[in-house]
Structure formats: C-alpha cells, structure tokens
Design a protein around this ligand. Structure first.
Ligand code: NAD
Length: 336
C-alpha cells in the first residue's frame, strides 16, 4: 500500500482518517477525492492541504471517468470509501441523493477497483445496517441486515455490492461497520455537535421523542485506528464491527453535554420523534478486538472531549451555522 484514495475525505470521519494516516506513516501518499457537498469542507483539511504527501481532487464518485483519471494520475493502489450522503433526517426528506451516491457511487468505485486491479477496496459502513437491535442482543457481523431508513438501506445496498464483488470477481475487499462517531469536524446537523452548538448559544436542544433511544457514541480517532488496522491486518472478504460496545440513552448524552458546558437542563425540549426511528443500536465488537484493537474512549469520555473541541473551535462551526443551515434547521425542527 502506497497511494491511498480517500473518497469523502473532506467530511467528518474522512478528514480525521487522513490526518491519522499522514501522521502515522511516512511513505504513504493520501489523495482525497471529494465532491464537496454541503457536508464536505476544505476547512476540514486546513492543516494538511500543503503536506507534501497529500493531494486533493474535487470529483463525484458517481463519475467513472473522473474516478479512473484520478486512479491513473496518482497510481492509486487502495481505495477507502467514506463518500456518502450521511444524514438520516435528510434521507427522509430526499432519499434519491442517498441511493445515487451511496449505492451508484459505491458501484462506480468497485468497477474502477476491478478494472485497475487495486490491492484493496475498503468500505466504510455503519451499525445502522443492522436496524433496531432487540433486548440484550448485540449484532455480530453474521447477523442479517435489517435497515429501516433510506440512509441505512442505501448503505446496506452498498455493503451487499461490495461483498458481491469479493465473491463474484475476487476483488480484495474489507468492510468496517462503525457506531455513532463523534469528535472534531462533525457537521453540526448531527446530534452531538448540534446540541453542543445550540447549548453554547443558549438555544433549546430538540430531543426526539422520549430520548430513550440507545446509541454507542464512539470517538472518531478510535474508529480511524480501527480502519487502519483492518487495512493492514484484516482478512480479505471480511466485515468488522467497530464501536465501544457500550450504549447510553440519548437523554444521558444530552445531560453530559449540558454538564460539560455548565448549562441548565431546562434547555432540553422534547419534540416529535423521527419517522421509523430505531430504538437501539448495539454491536458485538469481539471480532475487531481479536485483531488487537481496543477503543480508547468510553461514550461519556468521547462526548466530553467532543464538546471541548467545539468550545475551542468556534471559528469552525460558526461559519457553518449560517443562513442556509438555519433554513434547514427550521424545516427539520420548526414544525415539531
Ligand atoms: P460526512 O457527511 O461528514 O462526509 C461525507 C463526505 O462525502 C463529504 O465530504 C462529502 O462532500 C462527500 N461526498 C458526498 N457525496 C459525494 C460524492 N457523490 N462524491 C464524492 N464525495 C462525496 O460523513 P461522515 O460522518 O464523515 O461519514 C463518512 C462515512 O462513514 C459515510 O460512508 C458514513 O456512512 C460512514 N459512517 C458514519 C458514521 C457517523 O457516525 N458519522 C458512523 C458509521 C459510518
């Protein structure tokens, strides 16, 4: 592995992964290929743009010609695909964009990987493909997929295609399914940065339904270490769950944010629940543990560390919470 194409590398997890790889390895070139949708921002890569082993290409993963040109130009041997439409609420408003990027985009990258005989295609997937997980059970990689939102259904479609390319064409693939990531540079439509930046402005925190949904809040740098490990030690054709293996209720997440900021609980405002909202995501992480990986942060530590980053990096989120963001916010929460 020498020249890695990181698709979606201007987004939240991708930009953290780029930083991790440039810092850890001194002989890898990282090429970010990103469409720069509303969620992708060059500011997320501000400290690596001038790095001698970094390059940025603006492009759409659904555009086969642009993908192939980039693979040729940079002699790419590995694709790590982060590029996706990622926000569940937006997938309910506009599912078409999710099917396009998450399914057709993945197909386009797989075709390119096959055509150029790449050493590895790695797909970044999500715990949401398992859907709501009942009782005390934790989803293992062998569990059936039961997606319940247009976002998770599109991501599931992509996973199935990736696996099919391994079975049918022998493409050397791996897949990681990450829990709810949080940390630096997460677009503030997602719940932890949304609530943190709302609380910092003394605005109410719109909690969906009773707030008792269970989520595994996972620190993004821990996730990046796991992806790196799977790229180097993962078995070809395999799927690995990645998270803390612990869940907390959303209401507890809200309390941790408010406590860390010294803000009152009276900012909590229950609003109408999201349609088809999954109650519980929970994954068994013993398979990735067996590769020698451990999460470094509990959900509570991850939330506190994330909140502190938003406190210290107002320059970053203020620029995003502009008029267009407020229009989205009103459309999403105004009527609830
Ligand atoms: P994000 O929305 O912050 O970033 C997505 C990036 O993809 C953006 O930079 C965007 O510009 C780019 N992109 C979108 N459409 C594109 C296209 N057609 N061509 C090229 N680039 C395009 O997302 P994120 O939270 O960083 O998630 C990254 C990946 O990880 C996604 O595949 C997501 O499904 C997966 N994932 C996310 C989480 C999470 O909690 N955030 C958890 C598990 C898995």
């Amino acid at each position: 592995m020498k020249n890695i194409l990181v698709t979606g590398g201007a987004g939240f997890i991708g930009c953290n992964f780029v930083r991790h790889m440039l810092n850890k390895y001194d002989d890898y070139r990282i090429v970010v290929f990103d469409k720069l949708t509303y969620a992708g921002r060059l500011e997320n890569l501000h400290d690596v743009m001038d790095h001698p082993r970094f390059a940025f290409v603006r492009g759409d993963i659904c555009d086969a010609e642009a993908v192939e040109r980039t693979i040729r130009e940079y002699d790419i041997d590995t694709i790590v695909n982060f590029a996706a439409e990622t926000h569940v609420d937006r997938s309910i408003m506009n599912p078409g964009a999710f099917v396009q990027t998450d399914v057709i985009g993945t197909y386009t990258l797989l075709e390119a990987a096959r055509k150029f005989g790449l050493e590895r295609y790695h797909q970044i997937s999500t715990d949401e493909v398992y859907g709501h997980v009942e009782g005390e059970h934790r989803a293992t990689e062998d569990d059936p997929v039961r997606p319940r939102s247009p976002y998770s259904a599109s991501k599931t479609g992509a996973d199935l295609l990736v696996h099919a390319y391994y079975i049918t064409y022998g493409l050397p693939i791996t897949i990681t399914r990450g829990a709810n990531n949080i940390g630096p540079y997460q677009y503030p439509e997602k719940v932890v940065p949304l609530f943190t930046t709302n609380a910092l402005q003394d605005r109410p925190l719109p909690v969906y339904g009773d707030g008792r949904q269970m989520r595994d809040y996972h620190y993004v740098m821990d996730h990046c270490e796991a992806i790196d490990l799977v790229l180097h030690k993962g078995e070809i054709g395999e799927i690995y769950n990645v998270g803390t293996g612990q869940e907390i209720e959303n209401l507890r997440m809200v309390e941790i944010i408010l406590d860390e900021l010294g803000k009152p609980r009276s900012l909590i405002q229950h609003v109408e629940d999201r349609a088809g909202h999954d109650r519980r995501y929970a994954m068994d992480i013993s398979k990735i543990r067996a590769l020698g990986w451990e999460p470094r942060h509990t959900p509570e530590e991850a939330i506190r560390k994330t909140v502190r980053w938003y406190v210290e990096n107002e320059w970053w989120w203020r620029a995003i919470r502009d008029e267009a963001f407020e229009r989205y916010y009103q459309e999403q929460y105004g009527k609830r």
